[in-house]
Write a protein that binds this ligand. Structure first.
Ligand code: NAP
Length: 256
């Protein structure tokens, strides 16, 4: 129970990796706010709240568009209302356009940046705003984990705005870690490689899978639980004296 009696907000937690993070947190004792546009999982199956409640955990859904500061404040207030404070903020929601530079319209760029860059900026700002008002638990007032990507460090094939947004997340993580360490705010990122979430479409197109397999030394592609385990570690007291880090969970993609 590494997060016993802790409260957490996880954005984009209705589906995929965010859902796995929320399930893992709840299994470790956290009260989790599922902050997403819609409760229906993209990959099908039961909602995150139902899955958590079925295993005896505590979670609530909060309709939240991460490009809107008021929605993030509402999600954080919900966590504070349930547990008295915000211990962990996970900025996970992201979108892409599946287009290279020349096919990326200004509207595409603005839509992706409003979620992948502005959404993380707002999630961090609203979380830090709350966390600095809290008494520390040990050395730490609050922890942030931003979900970046290997495609924020190297080119994202056919997804220009997505990759730029993810590079922004890596930068923001370092800046916030440095700026707010003094106040006891821990800010790290987790960079997944190719993770199979159960989503259909381009994510599992044969050429995409072949490309990912060719880049990944480990003999399988990633699972949402691989990412959730790393996020749990960085959200727990076991991650001491670690801040500003961008932890790869990529089966060795970036080592290759
Ligand atoms: P996913 O299945 O598409 O889930 C993303 C979730 O975020 C969805 O529930 C989506 O809701 C929600 N969302 C989208 N826009 C939102 C907004 N404006 N406000 C609130 N929620 C919003 O994605 P995933 O594959 O689990 O990826 C999760 C994270 O890992 C992302 O940051 C992604 O970039 C990163 N990542 C994933 C991989 C991978 O291989 N899967 C690799 C590297 C990095 P809707 O379904 O309603 O749109």
């Amino acid at each position: 129970m590494r997060l016993k009696d802790r409260t957490a907000v996880v954005t984009g937690a209705a589906s995929g990796i965010g859902k796995a993070i929320a399930l893992r947190f709840a299994a470790e004792g956290a009260i989790v706010v599922i902050a997403d546009l819609d409760e229906t999982p993209r990959e099908g199956g039961v909602t995150t709240v139902s899955a958590i409640e079925a295993s005896g955990g505590r979670a609530v859904f909060c309709r939240c568009d991460v490009s809107r500061a008021d929605d993030l404040t509402a999600a954080i207030n919900m966590a504070v209302g349930l547990g008295g404070r915000l211990d962990v903020m996970v900025n996970n929601a992201a979108i892409g356009t599946d287009t290279p530079l020349l096919e990326t319209s200004e509207a595409d760029w603005e839509r992706v940046m409003s979620v992948n860059a502005k959404g993380v900026f707002l999630g961090c700002r609203e979380a830090v705003r709350r966390m600095v008002t809290q008494e520390p638990r040990g050395e730490v007032r609050g922890r942030i984990v931003n979900i970046s990507s290997q495609h924020g460090m190297i080119r994202a094939p056919n997804d220009f705005a997505y990759g730029v947004g993810k590079a922004t997340v890596v930068y923001m993580t370092r800046q916030i870690a440095g700026d707010y360490a003094e106040q006891g705010i821990v800010c790290n990122a987790v960079a997944p490689g190719k993770i199979l979430t159960g989503k259909t479409g381009r994510a599992i197109a044969p050429e995409m899978l072949a490309y990912s397999q060719s880049r990944t030394p480990w003999p399988r592609l990633g699972r949402p639980e691989d990412v959730a385990n790393a996020v749990l570690f960085l959200s727990s007291d076991e991650a001491s004296y670690i801040t500003g880090e961008n932890l790869m969970v990529d089966g060795g993609w970036m080592a290759n």
